[in-house]
Design a protein around this ligand. Structure first.
Ligand SMILES: [Fe+2]
Ligand SMILES: [Fe+2]
Length: 211
């Protein structure tokens, strides 16, 4: 398995959203959840270090497929290190199943659930707010735009409506807590979820001139 320092070299030097600082947080959080839940920590460590290695920066065409590409990359790295096929597959499953928007491969193994939960905890709380705003800025959309009635009901923007950070909060972040698999992560998510709501509701009030 690559060490943390070896894995760092696979990632772009500055990416405020899916850069290596995110990977390091996910690595430590997945380890914490994995220990509490009794998971295979070697599989979790390898999967966490490599889960966003390919094409995860916003605006890149491959973003939608970054979980598949990162799983392929992981297989190459672990083959070179002589990992048995079965354990490589276990790591690949964790990586393929970490994407929130993809219903293709849901987390089945305990290790995949731990990685999924650790990755999602990183979109909640203060760090989640910082990353969501950074992602919007990098994608050229504002922190806040008044969401349309249609977006609130369906999650689909009307023509010309920008998917602001606030849209992402309504569309995804507010629902993340319910999607977590492990008890350990759900416990950690409680306070982060409340902070997230407080931040985005304050943002909305300020943008409307109400506060
Ligand atoms: Fe990812
Ligand atoms: Fe990630």
């Amino acid at each position: 398995m690559p060490t943390i320092e070896e894995a760092r070299k696979f990632y772009p030097p500055s990416d405020g959203v899916h850069g290596f600082d995110h990977v390091e947080r996910v690595y430590h959080m997945a380890e914490k959840i994995g220990k509490a839940e009794g998971a295979d920590l070697e599989v979790i460590h390898a999967a966490a270090l490599l889960h966003d290695v390919e094409g995860s920066a916003p605006g890149k065409k491959e973003r939608a497929n970054h979980h598949e590409q990162s799983a392929d990359f992981a297989a190459k790295v672990l083959h070179q290190e002589g990992w048995p096929e079965e354990r490589i597959k276990a790591v690949q499953h964790c990586i393929r199943a970490h994407r929130y928007r993809d219903i293709g491969e849901a987390p089945q193994s305990l290790e995949a659930k731990c990685l999924f939960d650790a990755d999602k905890l990183d979109v909640l709380g203060a760090i989640g707010v910082a990353r969501t705003i950074a992602y919007a800025v990098m994608a050229g959309t504002p922190p806040y735009e008044e969401p349309s009635e249609q977006f609130i009901k369906t999650g689909i923007e009307i023509p010309g409506e920008l998917h602001s950070a606030y849209h992402e909060y309504l569309f995804k972040l507010i629902k993340v807590r319910e999607r977590l698999f492990t008890q350990t992560a759900r416990k950690i998510a409680g306070q982060r979820h409340n902070f997230l709501i407080q931040y985005f509701e304050q943002l909305k009030a300020e943008m409307r001139g109400e506060k």
